[in-house]
Write a protein that binds this ligand. Structure first.
Ligand code: PMV
Length: 329
């Protein structure tokens, strides 16, 4: 048997995925667009073995139990189906995020696992098939198979819901600064939060329709050289996503006081001429989109006015295999 170790970088959506059209197949209600980041990634080693009677999963060296293993096992079932085999696997994942960054992501985790597990099972999936496999673990993981900017096409079935890289005008020279507002685990997971929103928020249909159009607008904007357009689309997509949760029943929000403080600071910086726009996911942390030319000035202002740790990111690379080892059966 071979053991395969793969690395995938996390991504942050510029146009958000928020709500499923089909929960079993993990089909989203709208297409989404993201930027893969160089600073945050997951390394995952997968080895299938006839010696194992159950799948095992360790995260950062700690052996996991219960729901965490069950989730990995369900994902591996897709790989076993595709490879037409029934072996159990040992899965070891290590998240590389700055200490207490609070940015560990299922995107990099399932993208790395999709690549490592498919190769370890003897599969050579083509690019769309690999993104579709990653999608089954976590929707956003479909976008972490590629580097740079990526679109995940909504699609209408398993086959048509895949991700691919988008051409980005080099003149944009994007950068993203991650601000840690709170590194504790979020109270409402993205899975639960979006399900709640789909089921109860009257804003949801308007969100899904607008986000689909915005994804196409973002693809066009990334091909151009107007950073303001890219930034405005991104910031608005995040705020629209968060508006849907405020209208859910019961209403909820991922924002914390520090989230709003960072939003206001970035607005003020913009009024003073710095090109910077915010985006926020299913948690309180804020990411600031800017350009290489202004990233130091923006980081300087953030450090001056906020007490929170920041990490400067550039576009990151595609997922790749780090190592293939032959192991004893
Ligand atoms: O696929 P998940 O469960 O990681 O959901 C991602 C949801 C958001 O991060 C809020 C938006 C996105 O498109 O990444």
């Amino acid at each position: 048997m071979i053991a395969v170790t793969a690395r995938a970088h996390t991504n942050i959506a510029l146009i958000k995925y928020w709500g499923k059209a089909d929960a079993a197949l993990m089909l989203p209600a709208n297409s989404s667009v993201s930027l893969t980041l160089d600073q945050f990634y997951t390394d995952t080693r997968v080895a299938f073995s006839p010696q194992l009677t159950a799948d095992t999963f360790s995260l950062d060296g700690v052996l996991q139990t219960g729901a965490a293993v069950a989730k990995v096992s369900r994902f591996l079932d897709h790989v076993r189906d595709m490879a037409d085999m029934d072996l159990r696997a040992q899965v070891q994942s290590v998240n590389h995020v700055p200490t207490a960054a609070g940015l560990a992501s299922s995107a990099s985790a399932y993208a790395a696992m999709a690549l490592a597990a498919s190769r370890a099972a003897g599969l050579q999936l083509d690019h769309p098939a690999l993104t579709r496999l990653a999608r089954r673990g976590s929707g956003s993981a479909s976008r972490s198979i590629d580097g740079g900017c990526v679109i995940w096409h909504r699609g209408i079935d398993d086959e048509s819901s895949f991700a691919e890289p988008i051409a980005v005008n080099p003149a944009l020279d994007l950068r993203m600064i991650a601000i840690v507002i709170n590194h504790h685990a979020k109270k409402v997971s993205s899975r639960a939060g979006m399900a709640e929103t789909v089921a109860t928020s009257p804003f949801f249909p308007a969100w899904a329709q607008t986000a689909e159009a915005n994804s196409q607008e973002m693809v066009a904007a990334l091909a151009g050289d107007d950073f303001k357009l890219v930034g405005e689309l991104a910031e608005r997509s995040a705020l629209m996503m968060h508006a849907t949760t405020l209208a859910a029943n019961p209403p909820f929000t991922y924002f914390q006081p520090g989230t709003l403080a960072a939003l206001q600071l970035v607005q003020t910086m913009r009024a003073q001429g710095l090109p910077a726009y915010t985006t926020i996911d299913a948690g309180p942390n804020v990411k600031v989109l800017t350009t290489a030319e202004y990233v130091d000035a923006v980081a300087d202002q953030l450090a001056r006015h906020l007490d929170n740790p920041i990490t400067i990111c550039a576009p990151g690379p595609a997922a790749r295999v780090l190592q293939e080892e032959t192991v004893d059966d």
